[in-house]
Design a binder for this molecule. Structure first.
Ligand code: CTP
Length: 428
């Protein structure tokens, strides 16, 4: 990552080693009137800093909540307000011009009213007409009070939106709402919106994982010598978290079992998370969750050994050396165990982080572990390995298959791995 990271760029899924999927894209940001609209100037700013061209359309109620002046300044473009539709002096109607200009549409926040208009095909405002007229993919992020979100009309309209082509619906998460209620209704944070937009640009809106249940492991495990020291590794968990997200956006039910992560917390929104620390805790969660999964991606960096005699109290310096010399036990190979206990049809992807001759060691590891696919990546190449925004490597199996992955953002790698995993004949 660049040292002088721009606003929110630390949460971007790309760096200079791979093309930014949003750079140069024409993105129309439609904002309707929920208090979550106050998050949008940050999103617009981040998009512009990543090289996107941005234009904003505000509904009348959104214009009460967020400043058109601020959005115009941040987007470097004129903002369109509802009344502009009838002040337009150009030959083409404003809603058609905006709809055809857009390559991607971000509709955030999506309120109950905007949702109802859209689902019922009403074009009685500028934003409503743009949504009917555009043929671009739309990321729609809902936000509203919990009771509104759970009301029968909204539930029905949201379900209807799920059947629309070209639309990636992003349900709100639970949390503290501006009305002081705890519950479902919070719009995704800016980093979550940007991640979903990256996914829309890279993969599109197709939900080919619908009906599948993916179990993903991510991040490091820690084996404790005493309450203050542990054996671990520098895995950030980024590859696994992005796999979980990509699968969720493609329609899968996802369980994410993870060690301590070093990713933006907003990336965990909407995921079913199971935090763990040690290899034994990871093993316990896998035993619980394996039976319901149709596929598993084992991206966790499992620490290989645990102390034979972990201490309950903190050790002094001399005692610490004695404890380290007292012996270690190997942590069982959890991936091998998953392969041995898998139900019929369950697909399994393993990972191998290697230095030196990646391919030769990965071939041996693939044969030893018995998983369907193994993605082997170098940890000593620039733009790959622990914590990097990009990844590269080889995908092995089944049989002699060996596919090269050139450097790409970890989200792009995640999508490609999901496509390969889904294409496997079950139990191959
Ligand atoms: N793995 C596992 N259980 C372990 C060690 C690793 O399930 N005790 C899994 C990892 O999640 C990964 C794959 O096995 O999917 C390869 O992990 P890696 O650390 O590359 O290999 P190791 O088996 O630990 O072998 P080595 O450290 O000797 O390279």
């Amino acid at each position: 990552m660049a040292e002088s990271a721009p606003l929110l760029a630390g949460t971007a899924v790309v760096d200079q080693a791979a093309p930014d999927p949003l750079a140069g894209r024409r993105i129309l940001v439609g904002i309707s009137g929920s208090i979550a609209a106050v998050k949008l100037p940050l999103v617009v700013s981040a998009l512009v800093q990543r090289g996107a061209q941005v234009r904003c359309v505000l509904t009348p109620s959104a214009a009460e909540l967020v400043s058109a002046v601020a959005l115009a300044s941040l987007s470097r473009a004129a903002v369109s307000l509802d009344g502009d539709q009838w002040n337009h002096r150009e030959p083409r109607p404003l809603h058609v011009e905006l709809a055809e200009w857009a390559e991607l549409v971000l509709l955030a926040p999506l309120t109950a009213t905007s949702l109802a208009r859209w689902v019922h095909g009403l074009g009685d405002s500028l934003l409503a007409s743009v949504l009917l007229a555009t043929e671009a993919p739309v990321l729609a992020a809902a936000a509203m009070n919990t009771a509104m979100w759970q009301s029968p009309g909204v539930v029905r309209n949201w379900a209807a939106l799920g059947a629309f082509e070209r639309v990636l619906p992003l349900a709100p998460s639970a949390g503290l709402l501006a009305c002081d209620r705890q519950g479902a209704g919070r719009m995704a944070e800016p980093a979550g919106l940007l991640l979903a937009l990256d996914s829309l640009a890279l993969w599109g809106w197709r939900r080919d994982w619908q009906g599948q249940h993916l179990l993903v492991t991510a991040g490091p495990t820690r084996e404790w010598l005493d309450p203050a020291r542990c054996l671990t590794n520098p895995s950030s968990g980024r590859m696994g978290v992005l796999l979980a997200h990509a699968a969720r956006l493609r329609g899968a039910t996802v369980d994410l079992v993870h060690g301590p992560l070093a990713v933006d917390p907003a990336w965990l929104e909407g995921l079913r998370c199971h935090p763990i620390s040690t290899g034994a805790e990871l093993q316990e969660r896998l035993v619980d969750l394996q039976p319901v999964a149709t596929a598993i991606a084992m991206a966790a960096a499992v620490a290989d050994h645990r102390p034979a005699r972990p201490q309950l109290g903190k050790l002094g310096k001399a005692a610490l050396v004695r404890a380290m010399e007292a012996g270690w036990q190997e942590v069982p190979d959890l991936l091998q165990q998953l392969v041995a206990t898998r139900p019929p049809g369950q697909r399994i992807l393993g990972f191998a982080a290697q230095s030196g001759d990646v391919l030769e060691q990965a071939r041996l590891k693939h044969a030893r572990k018995g998983c369907d696919l193994l993605f082997a990546n170098p940890i000593d190449a620039p733009g790959a390995g622990f914590g990097a925004a990009t990844n590269q490597g080889w995908l092995l199996g089944p049989g002699e298959r060996c596919e090269r992955f050139e450097p790409a953002s970890k989200l792009a790698v995640a999508h490609r791995l999901l496509t390969a995993l889904l294409a496997l004949s079950p139990g191959a």
